[in-house]
Design a protein around this ligand. Sequence first.
Ligand code: WTA
Length: 637
Amino acid sequence: MSYPFQITSPEAYKSAYEKSIKDPEAFWSEIASSFFWRKRWDKVLNWDFKEPKIEWFKGGKLNITENCLDRHLGTLGNKPAIIWESNDPEEHHRVFTYRDLYNKVLQFANVLKNNGVKKGDRVCLYMGMIPELAIATLACARIGAVHSVIFGGFSAQSIADRLQDAQAGFIVTCDGAFRGNKEIALKTVIDDALVQCKFVKRVIVLMRTRTPISMIKGRDVWWEDEIKKVETMGNPDCPAEEMDAEDSLFILYTSGSTGKPKGVVHTVGGYMVYTTYSFVNVFQYQIGDVHFCTADIGWITGHSYIVYGPLCAGATTLIFEGIPTWPDAGRLWDVVDKHKVNILYTAPTAIRSLMGFGNEPLIGKDLSSLKVLGSVGEPINEEAWHWFDEKIGKKKCPIVDTWWQTETGGIMISNMARITPSKPSYATLPLPGIQPILVDENSKEIEGNEVSGNLCIRFPWPGILRTTYGDHERYRTNYFAPYDNLYFTGDGCYRDAEGNYRITGRVDDVLNVSGHRIGTAEVENAINMHTGVIESAVVGYPHDIKGQGIYAYVIFQNTHDDENLTRLDIIQTVSRVIGAIAKPDKVQFVSGLPKTRSGKIMRRILRKIAEGETENLGDTSTLLDPAIVDEIKMGRI
Ligand code: WTA
């Protein structure tokens, strides 16, 4: 299979870019034509950022799994689609050819049907990084059910909130998951969540860790038993449900600057086209390459660059159950060596953490199969960039620094391996089809180069989110209301003399902790749920490994208890309410917060103090009680 839309030279990049601006509809229609559609679309694009309404390839009929699976069977049927590497290096790895994967997906799609799942139903997937997670994801898409994958690090409360928001009546989970030397009791967390969610009709449980779990009659069934049932029915076929390009494919919850997480909705047609196009071009994928993305399928990176993008492109995608540092800090390199990985796509936090172990874990590891390296999730600092380049890529592998978001569906700004140049700490140039623009606070475009501003996108692309589930108004206010006729990313950005983009971090109250998005408001709400807490304010601060750490200022009612124990209680509360990923790194008790006379917390001051800046705090004269700033400075931890 060759990719008609693969850009193979710097000149081709330039001309594709120009074409994409001049005639976006012709540009995308040509790319979309190389996919399998049961019926061609009526209209390439309908859009209005004011409403907002965005439709790509409306009237086109397709099923994304026919593009990921069926159409490859003839040419790639016996080629590996998924290579799975266990958490335990001693456990044998598993390989699924395109034919195997096709059979497994159809089988499980029939299981879903047998259990009452219908087109449009929401199915929550809460599993570890095992091949069955990809299988369940694709099985939902096969029958037109809308999947919502929840990362294994979220708590019962977070799951309940998401189940309620999505009104998901079905869950697929495992008894437990292995991660390093830990076992995570997934089914038990689901049980806790379901106390609040009586509307859930069915929980399908895959056995992975053989942890003792409860199985409730009438609600919980074993994956293996259900597979046996469809096997005895003897009909392995499961015709793909015909979907409109604009039917929903999945919901993925992500944090915003206010309130509870929002359900980002992606649709079938545009998402398929955009993830595949960006996958092939950014990584310059060649058939036969082994692509290893270390993200979890519970995040957008896993959706787009472990499952959908690679499989639509007929690629070999590697799923790794474990973590880079277990049983030792050489594990990632063992995986690369063992499976002759060609493309390694990971996060700056992982690179910094591995860099901290020095060169010893690299000894004896053959990394010569690597051709392309990639980074995603947060700005990559120069030190980590150079270590990755020298120690892992041996200075012969381009590093693609890929900027994008859950909302964008796929990579938006990035160099393309061997086609456009890299620049350390810069995401560099937009993909053809993407029109970035920098704006100031007054919505004015900042033109020219060597300038900074808020990053917006001027024109829709097929991978853009279509709504936030159940709340279209939130979609509008979040992304389209801040700037007239633009999509607002929430990121700050610098453009250098050559037009390269460098993402400088969020300009809203969203933190990026180890590449995970966490809203400060969410963490504050969780802290405030502790009985003794009167008020709290959460900010980010620079953290050597995580990129950003979570710093919480807490007003606590008088207590005779040990301060350290109270601190641990607060951290535990956050863990219960959101999940371990949102635990504050530092909790400082204060007697008040710096507020303006109108009662607004001056986060700028709190951020500076958390960063260790105690001079230059800016104007504090508008504060209700300026003296509080000195107290907070003194008590800094
Ligand atoms: C940040 C992850 C700098 C950014 C795919 C964005 C980055 C947020 C980069 C989205 C990068 C992602 N350089 N910052 N290469 N990639 N970000 O939704 O702040 O989990 O808005 O999507 O991560 O995070 P999300």
